[in-house]
Design a protein around this ligand. Structure first.
Ligand code: PLP
Length: 394
């Protein structure tokens, strides 16, 4: 047999393993030091009570012949799709149930969607970026063109009419930068994509952290988006489902390539290669949209956003440039004293005993930047910021 040699072209990701190695070595040599981790991109609060009680009920249903569920619809149960439809209606976005596809998370769908596209498509990806967008394209043999996200453009690159693209990745609120596109900026992207006959793959995994009512939470709030955009969303950060696994993807019926419907292609792909998310988990996800579920997940989001504020206030005091933290759980800061991100990582670990994520791990343009996350414990986050200030305010 011959293998897909493009797998050899994917860069080995040393980011999190290098961080773990450095932290473990430091911890072993300094057992008396309490290390605080502000590097994690995972949630830390448990599932909310509304989800837990529904999960218990669904488990019991599976134990009785009358209420047992075997294979479900590959694209998800109507009870969950209807709840998601209602959630989009609150954003003034009307979706048909057939446009909503339930999955085990945004990462799978972001990777799998590439089944729909030709290997010769031109792919436009921001730098720095969530590495999955780049690696999944390299694995499929596609070349990736980077667009620069920089301090100058607020880490929100805009379309360049002289550059052609077929597939465009946008993530807003962004991981790693925390930057959020406004309506006018997204309108420019939608207009560009429609003119190019390109598709925008819009990652809305962090939409629930947007509190500013003027900022769009869905690309479909933008006129013309249904003819050019696919949206990926997730219960991971919204409701603490990182270990429970559930997400959804919207493929509008108006999205066509010539006369071919991408919605029908995705349906065909999912019904062929996927057998759906478990009934129990979909029940738990639907509980997120009940009044109790909404109230409870908002409390968890407020807890994280309080941490984001603590970190952002610390950066203000320090006088460093940063994005994020207002409508995003990520704070992306320029390393003080013009340090490179790994040097800053070492200094922070050794002198403040705080762990973050070096921006270099997300792309060339991240090499003088650093990501801190709001997903930690409240008291620990406060202490971490005080420690950072005491090291760098001098
Ligand atoms: N998209 C972005 C931008 C992410 O940061 C993450 C997870 O960190 C995901 C998607 C993956 O989400 P899920 O847990 O639903 O697979």
């Amino acid at each position: 047999m011959n293998i897909n040699t493009h797998y050899q072209e994917v860069n080995e990701s040393y980011l999190f393993s290098t961080i773990a190695k450095k932290v473990n070595e430091y911890a072993a040599a300094n057992p008396d030091k309490r290390i605080i981790r502000l590097g994690i991109g995972d949630v830390t609060l448990p599932l909310c009570p509304a989800v837990i009680s529904t999960l218990h009920q669904a488990v019991d249903e599976m134990g009785a012949k009358e209420t047992f569920h075997g294979y479900g619809p590959e694209q998800g149960y109507d009870f969950l799709k209807t709840a998601i439809q209602g959630y989009y209606q609150q954003k003034n976005v009307q979706l048909a149930l057939d446009e909503i596809f339930i999955s085990d998370g945004a990462k799978s769908d972001v990777g799998n969607i590439l089944d729909l596209f030709d290997a010769n498509n031109t792919v436009l990806v921001p730098d720095p970026v969530y590495p999955v967008y780049v690696d999944t394209n390299i694995m499929a043999g596609r070349k990736v063109t980077f667009m620069n996200a920089t301090q100058e453009n607020g880490f929100l690159p805009m379309p360049d009419a002289s550059v052609h693209a077929d597939i465009i990745y946008l993530c807003s609120p962004n991981n790693p930068t925390g930057a959020v596109y406004n309506r006018a900026q997204l309108q420019q992207w939608v207009d560009y994509a429609n003119a190019e006959h390109a598709v925008i793959l819009f990652d809305a995994a962090y939409e629930c952290f947007i509190s500013d009512p003027n900022l769009p939470k869905s690309i479909y709030e933008i006129e013309g988006a249904k003819t050019c955009a696919i949206e990926f969303c997730s219960f991971s950060k919204t409701a603490g489902f990182t270990g429970t696994r559930c997400g959804y993807t919207i493929v509008p019926e108006e999205l066509l390539s010539g006369t071919v419907s991408l919605n029908k292609m995705w349906l065909r792909r999912q019904t062929t290669k996927f057998n759906g998310v478990s009934y129990i988990i979909q029940k738990g996800a639907a509980a997120v949209f009940t009044p109790d579920g909404q109230k409870q997940i908002k409390e968890a989001i407020a807890y994280y956003m309080d941490n984001a504020k603590t970190i952002a206030n610390g950066m203000e005091k320090l006088g460093v440039w940063y994005t994020g933290g207002q409508n995003s759980p990520y704070i992306w800061l320029r390393c003080p004293e013009n340090m490179e991100s790994w040097a800053f990582f070492d200094k922070l670990l050794h002198e403040a005993n705080v762990v973050g994520t070096p921006g270099a791990g997300f792309g060339e343009n991240g090499k003088n930047f650093f990501r801190l996350t709001a997903f930690g414990d409240k008291e620990a986050t406060k202490e971490a910021v005080e420690r950072i200030l005491s090291v760098f305010e001098k």
